[in-house]
Design a protein around this ligand. Sequence first.
Ligand code: GDP
Length: 297
Amino acid sequence: MFESLSERLGGVFDRLTKQGALSEDDVRSALREVRVALLEADVSLPVARNFVKSVEKKATGAAVTKSVTPGQQVVKIVHDELIDVLRGEGEPGSLRIDSAPAPILMVGLQGGGKTTTTAKLAKRLKDRDGKKVLMASLDVNRPAAMEQLQILGTQIGVDTLPIVKGEDPVTIAKRAKTQASLGGYDVYMLDTAGRLSIDEELMAQVEAVRDVSNPRETLLVVDGLTGQDAVHTAENFDQRIGISGVVLTRMDGDGRGGAALSMRAITGKPIKFVGLGEKMDALETFEPERVAGRILG
Ligand code: GDP
């Protein structure tokens, strides 16, 4: 997930810890390399800049440079700062789904992994939390997408709302709500339509669905490989729709990981889950401590 960043930082910190005594200039020059490594990982510039500034403030004092193990202290400061930049409120992966039936709105661009993630999350809620889940596809322009959700539902043993031809997304959302109430479901998930890029028609449609369903969670599903674009997409969706969290997909790929590091700082929204493959159980909660550990190898 963060292989190249991890390798780069590993090189910088290896040198630093082997060096023994450190001057403030040594620390500053190492942090310049950290900044370059972050930018190469597609972390956005203000985030990389603030990150390094904050580490520098803590790492250039006498308490660090005059300590017995200055290099290790710097690494510890970087580690804690990484956790800080990654952390959201609450428990990792927690969802507000207490009031049954709780609606979860899934939004995002086409191809980002929305339908797959809807099913993965439904399976997780069923298997781990014992929730009764209903999934509904609102992608009326793409019958294949509606069928895809149905097929995944059968595969994971989660119910899907029967498809009625000719219905519009708002009507489907209302029907999902009725069905979820009558059927005693704990959660119902609305898999909205995606487009190749953000457009007015898409946003208006998602907004209308949001207004009739009053979602407890609105999760943006976005391709983690797209780096800063993923962050821009999140900003756009948040401004227009209001999102409660992000799911970064394709984090099993050799992406540079920058989206994970910038997302919280730029959008203020937590990453709740990461997608780590096409299989239905390839979804993990996003845990800042573990991610920081992975980045620092
Ligand atoms: P949607 O258009 O946003 O609904 O996207 P889909 O859910 O149809 O996903 C598009 C493609 O990405 C499918 O082939 C998925 O199997 C794949 N995909 C989704 N999530 C992941 C992931 O976390 N890792 C990998 N490697 N592939 C994924």
